[in-house]
Design a protein around this ligand. Structure first.
Ligand code: FES
Length: 131
Protein backbone atom coordinates (compact mmCIF):
# COMPACT_ATOMS: atom_id res chain seq x y z
CA UNK A 1 0.00 0.00 0.00
CA UNK A 2 2.74 2.41 0.94
CA UNK A 3 4.61 1.56 -2.24
CA UNK A 4 1.52 2.34 -4.30
CA UNK A 5 1.19 5.77 -2.71
CA UNK A 6 4.83 6.56 -3.46
CA UNK A 7 4.31 5.70 -7.11
CA UNK A 8 1.36 8.07 -7.40
CA UNK A 9 3.35 10.87 -5.84
CA UNK A 10 6.23 10.34 -8.25
CA UNK A 11 3.91 10.49 -11.22
CA UNK A 12 2.55 13.86 -10.08
CA UNK A 13 5.93 15.61 -10.48
CA UNK A 14 5.72 18.31 -13.11
CA UNK A 15 8.04 18.09 -16.06
CA UNK A 16 6.55 21.00 -17.96
CA UNK A 17 8.71 22.94 -20.32
CA UNK A 18 8.24 26.37 -21.76
CA UNK A 19 10.01 28.15 -24.56
CA UNK A 20 11.63 31.46 -25.31
CA UNK A 21 11.51 32.29 -29.01
CA UNK A 22 13.96 34.92 -30.23
CA UNK A 23 12.99 36.58 -33.52
CA UNK A 24 15.42 38.79 -35.42
CA UNK A 25 13.76 41.92 -36.76
CA UNK A 26 16.38 42.04 -39.50
CA UNK A 27 15.32 38.90 -41.39
CA UNK A 28 12.44 37.39 -39.39
CA UNK A 29 14.44 34.26 -38.54
CA UNK A 30 13.80 32.62 -35.17
CA UNK A 31 15.68 30.56 -32.59
CA UNK A 32 13.83 28.71 -29.85
CA UNK A 33 15.26 27.96 -26.40
CA UNK A 34 13.41 25.40 -24.31
CA UNK A 35 13.41 25.88 -20.53
CA UNK A 36 13.08 22.87 -18.28
CA UNK A 37 10.27 23.57 -15.85
CA UNK A 38 11.94 21.41 -13.21
CA UNK A 39 15.04 23.58 -13.14
CA UNK A 40 13.07 26.77 -12.52
CA UNK A 41 13.09 28.96 -10.52
CA UNK A 42 16.43 27.91 -8.99
CA UNK A 43 18.39 28.88 -12.07
CA UNK A 44 16.60 32.15 -12.62
CA UNK A 45 19.23 34.64 -11.48
CA UNK A 46 21.59 33.66 -14.31
CA UNK A 47 18.84 32.86 -16.74
CA UNK A 48 17.85 36.27 -17.95
CA UNK A 49 16.89 36.76 -21.60
CA UNK A 50 20.38 38.04 -22.48
CA UNK A 51 22.32 35.15 -20.94
CA UNK A 52 19.88 32.57 -22.29
CA UNK A 53 20.38 33.98 -25.77
CA UNK A 54 24.17 34.15 -25.55
CA UNK A 55 24.33 30.62 -24.11
CA UNK A 56 22.51 29.39 -27.22
CA UNK A 57 24.47 31.29 -29.84
CA UNK A 58 21.78 33.95 -30.30
CA UNK A 59 23.23 37.38 -30.75
CA UNK A 60 22.04 40.31 -28.63
CA UNK A 61 24.34 43.34 -28.33
CA UNK A 62 25.89 44.15 -24.96
CA UNK A 63 28.64 46.48 -23.83
CA UNK A 64 28.08 46.26 -20.08
CA UNK A 65 28.02 42.47 -19.78
CA UNK A 66 24.48 42.38 -18.47
CA UNK A 67 24.83 45.03 -15.77
CA UNK A 68 21.82 46.99 -17.00
CA UNK A 69 23.79 50.10 -17.94
CA UNK A 70 24.55 50.06 -21.68
CA UNK A 71 21.05 49.98 -23.11
CA UNK A 72 22.15 47.81 -26.05
CA UNK A 73 20.12 44.74 -25.06
CA UNK A 74 16.79 46.49 -25.64
CA UNK A 75 14.24 43.98 -26.87
CA UNK A 76 10.53 44.00 -27.56
CA UNK A 77 8.41 41.34 -25.86
CA UNK A 78 5.89 40.17 -28.45
CA UNK A 79 4.27 37.54 -26.21
CA UNK A 80 4.51 36.43 -22.61
CA UNK A 81 5.32 39.67 -20.76
CA UNK A 82 3.49 38.27 -17.72
CA UNK A 83 5.99 35.42 -17.63
CA UNK A 84 8.82 37.85 -16.79
CA UNK A 85 9.73 39.61 -13.55
CA UNK A 86 8.41 43.21 -13.50
CA UNK A 87 11.02 45.87 -14.38
CA UNK A 88 12.66 47.70 -11.49
CA UNK A 89 13.06 51.47 -11.32
CA UNK A 90 16.55 51.54 -12.88
CA UNK A 91 15.38 49.54 -15.87
CA UNK A 92 12.26 51.66 -16.30
CA UNK A 93 14.40 54.80 -16.32
CA UNK A 94 16.58 53.29 -19.06
CA UNK A 95 13.59 52.23 -21.13
CA UNK A 96 12.01 55.66 -20.97
CA UNK A 97 14.94 56.97 -23.00
CA UNK A 98 14.21 54.52 -25.82
CA UNK A 99 11.88 55.08 -28.73
CA UNK A 100 8.93 52.75 -28.76
CA UNK A 101 6.10 51.51 -26.60
CA UNK A 102 7.52 51.21 -23.09
CA UNK A 103 4.92 48.61 -22.13
CA UNK A 104 6.47 46.05 -24.47
CA UNK A 105 10.14 47.00 -24.10
CA UNK A 106 12.59 45.30 -21.75
CA UNK A 107 16.30 45.15 -21.20
CA UNK A 108 17.05 41.51 -21.95
CA UNK A 109 19.67 41.40 -19.20
CA UNK A 110 17.13 42.43 -16.56
CA UNK A 111 14.33 40.10 -17.68
CA UNK A 112 13.98 36.69 -16.07
CA UNK A 113 11.48 34.15 -17.39
CA UNK A 114 9.59 32.47 -14.54
CA UNK A 115 8.64 29.42 -16.58
CA UNK A 116 4.92 30.13 -16.38
CA UNK A 117 4.42 30.81 -20.08
CA UNK A 118 6.07 30.87 -23.47
CA UNK A 119 7.80 34.09 -24.39
CA UNK A 120 8.48 35.63 -27.80
CA UNK A 121 11.26 38.23 -27.98
CA UNK A 122 11.94 40.54 -30.93
CA UNK A 123 15.62 41.45 -31.29
CA UNK A 124 15.65 44.85 -33.01
CA UNK A 125 17.95 45.74 -35.83
CA UNK A 126 18.73 48.99 -34.02
CA UNK A 127 18.38 48.77 -30.22
CA UNK A 128 17.73 52.49 -30.01
CA UNK A 129 14.89 52.44 -32.51
CA UNK A 130 12.34 49.78 -31.70
CA UNK A 131 9.11 50.08 -33.65
S1 FES B 1 23.45 44.27 -21.51
FE1 FES B 1 23.83 46.33 -21.07
S2 FES B 1 21.90 47.05 -20.41
FE2 FES B 1 21.56 44.94 -20.77
Amino acid sequence: MQHHFHLLKTMAVRTDTCTVTYRYQKDGSESVVTLDGESLPEKLPEHNLLMLALDHGISIATACGGQGSCHLCNVQILEGMAGLNPPEDDELAMLQGAQGNIRVLRLACQSHPDGSQDIVVLIPEDPFKIL
